[in-house]
Design a protein around this ligand. Structure first.
Ligand code: LLP
Length: 406
């Protein structure tokens, strides 16, 4: 707490990451997967892509899951080994895929159309293919992406076409990939996906790896549901062994956690401007909004709020809202230790999809990012200023013209 409150006068909002939590989350994963002989963790850069954090994650021996050419380039800049960057785009132009190929990273395609174009340019090159398992799983509708109406992956009913293409177009499928959704609570949903992808893998003679995507659910509050990691790992191990016994092949298993590695490490801190009372609400108006922290409004997600300035007082009911000119409730009817004007509030679990989903709506500037590492706190991104916001704008309107004579 002193880290935040000592600098209270200049703090209006910050995004802070505790690197020791990323490290301990990584240990939990490694421990759960310790009985798998051949696996690799790739961090989902979409969840958090600050360069210092990515370098830290790279130093932990983790690879990268990149969704865009920009993430690929950032990953290379941060020192990730090119063959440990798996690029999984969705609906991008072929020129972007070509660029990724020329950079030498691994490619995972998710439509027959893009695979066909790829095979025409690069016959017999290894690719990985994202499959749509036809399973509805995820914390909410927006982040459930493995069902039959989702735009992601090759639907099961097209797998035979893919196999035919394998012969005609000379494609070499060496990897299969599945990502069903994010915040998956039910282990049986994971298990269904795991079983499905391993059974599909038997149809591909050049198969070397299976990527199980991300989606592990972490708890957002005490007593919240979470993925049972040991059950998840046992389900993978079971299918992995079965595959090995049936085919003699020891597939490499890839996991792509985003939230599991970084959600808990992140704190979003902002200051209270006013407490505004209405008949039914005790609104706490903070010096931020859904432009900085969009998960509560976009997904209705729950993030614990702590009053850093007065953590142990009596709890009262508050609705924490932002300053954006739209409804931007950040926490609804929450019991929080008594809040006064000027207090610093901290939103927990802001490490994943927090800063990375922030934007400049209402011409608001993004806050600084900081990290806590080895008992010291370091700035890892400057807060934006108005110049950053206007930097790319071009003015092509000449001097004002008066329409009316005075
Ligand atoms: N792999 C692939 C192919 C993905 O699409 C994703 C997330 C992940 C891995 C990492 O999933 P995770 O372990 O973080 O659940 N903005 C949303 C989440 C969107 C997830 C998109 N894909 C949220 O804040 O809940």
């Amino acid at each position: 707490t002193p880290l935040y409150s000592s600098a209270a006068s200049d703090v209006y909002k910050r995004q802070v990451y505790d690197l020791s939590i990323i490290e301990s989350q990584n240990k939990k994963l490694q421990n759960a997967f310790k009985n798998l002989d051949n696996y690799k963790i790739h961090f989902a850069a979409k969840s958090l892509s600050n360069i210092s954090i990515l370098k830290f994650i790279n130093n932990l021996g983790i690879g990268l899951d990149a969704v865009s050419i920009e993430e690929v380039k950032i990953g290379i800049k941060c020192g990730f080994n090119k063959n440990e960057i798996l690029y999984t785009p969705n609906g991008v132009s072929f020129s972007e895929i070509k660029e990724a190929k020329s950079l030498g990273v691994k490619i995972n395609l998710d439509s027959l159309e893009s695979i066909k174009e790829f095979s025409e340019h690069y016959p017999n090159h290894s690719i990985s293919v994202r499959i749509n398992p036809g399973i509805y799983a995820g914390g909410n509708e927006k982040i459930s992406v493995g069902h039959s109406n989702s735009k992601f992956g090759i639907p099961e009913e097209f797998i035979e076409d893919l196999i035919k293409m394998d012969k005609v177009n000379k494609i070499k499928v060496t990897g299969l990939h599945v990502h069903t959704g994010s915040d998956i609570t039910k282990n049986n949903q994971f298990e269904k996906g795991i079983k499905k992808i391993f059974s599909i893998a038997t149809k591909f003679k050049n198969i070397e790896s299976i990527d199980l995507g991300g989606g592990i659910k972490i708890p957002y509050f005490l007593g919240d549901t979470e993925t049972n990691l040991n059950d998840y790992a046992s389900a993978v191990q079971h299918e992995h062994k079965k595959f090995k016994n049936n085919t003699g092949k020891d597939l490499k298993i890839i996991f792509e956690p985003g939230k599991f590695l970084v959600s808990d490490s992140g704190y979003f801190i902002t200051k209270v401007n006013y407490i505004k009372k209405s008949k039914n609400n005790n609104f706490v108006q903070v010096n931020s909004g859904f432009n900085h922290f969009i998960r509560p409004t976009l997904y209705n997600s729950y993030h614990e709020v702590i009053n850093l300035s007065n953590p142990n007082d009596q709890k009262e009911e508050y609705t924490v809202v932002g300053y954006i000119c739209e409804k931007d409730t950040l926490a609804n009817k929450r019991r929080i230790s008594k809040i006064s004007k000027g207090d610093l509030l901290c939103f927990k679990n802001a490490g994943a999809y927090g800063f990375n989903m922030s934007n400049n709506y209402n011409s608001r500037l993004r806050p600084a990012e900081l990290c806590i590492h080895n008992n010291s706190i370091k700035k890892i991104r400057e807060k934006e200023n108005l110049e950053d916001l206007l930097n790319l704008s071009l003015i092509h309107i000449s001097e004002p013209t008066r329409r009316y004579a005075i």
